[in-house]
Design a binder for this molecule. Structure first.
Ligand code: IVH
Length: 705
């Protein structure tokens, strides 16, 4: 392709023409690659096209095409496969990086279960893609990729071509979903890439991509020609248990005819877990396939069931990742980004360098102390070496997250390099940027007058867990924010867009580049649809510091309606009953409460919230969990020592039954569950006439005695 003009130099007309060319080229490349298996572009060239397309769209959001390649994940493949709803969700794993993370995990699990010691399995974490295989009466009926965990792609025909996957099982439960990892060995990967290169085809960046690309082929003949392998390590739906322990279940899968990883062992505790980690790490280079860590799982399947799941990960397992790859490069500049809550975040602009197969041009610098070489409490990091523009810095990526800077090479520091002076005013709005005692972060004090904060809050407002308005993402928000005819500066403005547009005469949205009659109608309809919004989403959408999704849900479940919530927070100040009630919600501490109160009691901020709520129809939220249980809707407090389970488990079970669990006793408490050693809470309960029962009564009450 000819040398492309810098995106910044493109005129609108040139940009439009190029976006059209790019859409065509990318779609042709996708077709050639995914469907015809006759790749015409290298991975790098293909990625360059997509990057350029994105860059042009970022500069001219209004020119984004309805068939924009940036909206298509993996091209035609995603559409080509049928969808499969997983009978049991396919989860991911929490990550541990340090030995101390593993120790904390072990302790957390032990405490949750109230157990003295626990056995865990340890096994390699295979770097491939997960697959769920459904067998009914011993016959393989369906294979599905993970997808988003709830819904995956039906790749049954392709999975049938993998030699490690049995088509039939004898002596298996009538229903059995086997889960594991599809991967490609190093040798097969090298041979595949060589074949591809010889045919002038597209080569793969790593075995994981090769495995994914090969499994997700519309033509199973292509998959068959690509040597994929499979390790079984878990299961989904079952008609009968495989065993009573993880290690025996894996052995059973092996006897059924699946490959299971030979480095899977049973460990008696953290010391043996870490020893197995070291052993696997030492053997890593010789295994012949990629692994990226070690997975530990509670061995007893009964205990796994008691531990259960958080929203996306099991409590009974963790992935201990291997140390990240490192690379040296030069720090070209430090930019300061201003976040939703005003935090000034320094970002390193780097001379691009490849780290672990990915080109890295930016890295986080955390905060001013990190740049200066100091840790939170003043102790030195990097032995006190500061980071300066022009320095050679060592980059690492840990667990596929944002790249970080590990170290700086003082021997290569330019003579004229100056210590970095962290700004004390906001680079976006000029307001003073303060650092509160105990906070590592300096924050812009401009609040909503800071355009960066206002914009980031809007982006948060329309994001997934919040209002999630179709057709109104971060890019569109950015466009409307700067728009002269239809400015959107605060969330309420979104809901007045249609009315303002109607009054705009000739300069209506539908007459603009990139918009048409239909797309504008769709956008306004999508906005209207979100006027009806559950209370928890509204609270989360406000983007108040410390008030995340979990806290929003707790608050919504406690207060149930907007008027109740709003009245309570407006009157809550330390010392008032409203404050006591707010901070009695389990999971709501003084810091969160203070932040919430500050937002709802502050003039301009409150005005913006009121203007928004005036546009909405806020839906009340019921307490989660079962409504037919004897404790549904009741407020319960646990105190003293529980003997049958930990506080955390008791709380999780109570909430699953629809109870509210609170941290302190008030007149609103329905029940105090008191174990031995109960102190002031029992007295409070007597004072308020709250019923007190012991742990056995409680278990009997909830039918779990
Ligand atoms: S157990 C409920 N074991 O890692 C948890 N996962 O980061 C089920 N993975 O989505 C997963 N090797 O694709 C488990 N030995 C192993 C694994 C493994 C690789 C993958 C799996 C999962 C991802 C989570």
């Amino acid at each position: 392709m000819a040398m492309a003009v810098d995106v910044e130099q493109l005129t609108e007309a040139e940009a439009r023409a190029e976006l059209a060319r790019l859409a065509e080229a990318i779609s042709a490349a996708n077709l050639a690659y995914h469907t015809l298996d006759a790749p015409e572009l290298s991975d790098a060239d293909f990625d360059a096209l997509k990057r350029r397309n994105l860059a042009i769209e970022a500069r001219f959001p209004s020119l984004k095409r309805s068939d924009s390649p940036s909206e298509q994940v993996g091209g035609a493949v995603a559409e080509g496969f049928g969808k499969v709803a997983h009978a049991v969700r396919m989860l991911s794993l929490e990550n541990a990086f340090l030995d101390s993370d593993v120790a904390e995990f072990e302790e957390r699990v032990r405490k949750y279960l109230g157990a003295a010691a626990l056995a865990f399995t340890a096994e390699p974490k295979i770097d491939g893609l997960s697959l769920s295989l459904r067998y009914e009466n011993g016959v393989l009926l369906q294979a599905a990729t993970r997808g988003d965990g709830e819904i995956g792609e039906n790749v049954t025909e392709n999975a049938r071509t993998i030699a490690d996957i049995p088509q039939r099982l004898t002596d298996a439960p009538a229903l059995l979903e086997v889960r594991g990892e599809v991967y490609m060995s190093h040798a097969d990967f090298a041979a595949l890439n060589q074949r591809q290169a010889e045919r002038g085809g597209r080569t793969f960046a790593n075995p994981r991509n090769a495995a994914a690309g090969s499994l997700r082929q519309l033509d199973a003949n292509i998959t068959a020609a690509r040597p994929l392998r499979f390790f079984a390590y878990a299961w989904g739906a079952l008609s009968a248990p495989l065993a009573t322990t993880q290690i025996d279940a894996i052995a059973r899968l092996n006897r059924l005819g699946f490959q299971t990883n030979p480095l899977t062992v049973l460990c008696s505790g953290p010391d043996e877990m870490l020893a197995q980690y070291r052993k696997i790490e030492a053997e890593r280079a010789l295994l012949g396939y990629d692994i990226d860590g070690v997975v530990y799982k509670v061995n007893d399947l009964g205990l796994q069931a008691r531990l259960g799941f958080r929203s996306a990960t099991p409590r009974w397992a963790i992935a201990h990742k291997f140390a990240a790859e490192l690379a040296w490069t030069q720090l070209e500049a430090i930019d300061i980004q201003v976040g939703r809550t005003g935090a000034l975040s320094p970002v390193a602009r780097l001379t691009p360098v490849t780290v672990g197969g990915v080109v890295v041009a930016n890295a986080t610098l955390h905060n001013e102390d990190y740049i200066a070489g100091r840790a939170a409490k003043g102790s030195p990091i990097r032995e006190g070496r500061d980071i300066r523009i022009g320095d050679w810095v060592q980059i690492y990526r840990a667990g596929d997250v944002i790249p970080k800077i590990a170290d700086v090479d003082l021997t290569r520091r330019p003579d004229d390099a100056q210590p970095y002076v962290f700004p004390h005013t906001c680079p976006q709005c000029g307001s003073p940027a303060h650092r509160e005692p105990g906070d590592a972060v300096r924050r812009c004090t401009g609040g909503l007058i800071c355009p960066a904060q206002a914009m980031e809050r809007l982006k948060h407002f329309v994001s997934r867990g919040a209002f999630d308005i179709e057709g109104l993402g971060a890019k569109q928000v950015e466009m409307f924010f700067h728009d002269e005819d239809l400015p959107v500066k605060s969330p309420a403005d979104i809901f007045t867009l249609a009315a303002r547009d109607a009054a705009n005469g000739l300069r209506k949205l539908k007459n603009r580049e990139g918009f048409g009659e239909t797309s504008v109608k769709k956008l306004f309809a999508a906005i209207d649809a979100k006027r009806k919004i559950p209370l928890d989403r509204l609270i989360f959408g406000l983007g108040i510091r410390h008030v995340g999704e979990v806290a929003s849900s707790l608050l919504a479940r406690h207060y149930s309606t907007w008027p109740a919530f709003e009245a309570a927070i407006t009157h809550a100040l330390p010392g008032t009953p409203e404050w006591a009630e707010l901070t009695s919600i389990d999971g709501v501490g003084a810091v969160l409460a203070g932040s919430l109160v500050a937002a709802l009691q502050n003039g301009p901020e409150r005005a913006a919230i009121d203007a928004l709520v005036a546009e909405l129809d806020v839906q009340p939220v019921q307490a989660l969990g079962r409504v037919d249980s004897p404790v549904a809707g009741k407020t319960v407090v646990f105190t003293g020592t529980l003997e049958k389970m930990s506080r955390a488990e008791a709380k999780a079970r109570a909430e699953a039954l629809g109870a509210k669990v609170s941290g302190s006793v008030s007149a609103k408490t329905d029940l105090l569950v008191a174990g031995p050693g109960a102190g002031s809470k029992a007295k409070d309960a007597q004072k308020h006439g709250v019923k007190i029962i012991d742990e056995d009564d409680w278990l009997a009450l909830i039918g779990q005695a």
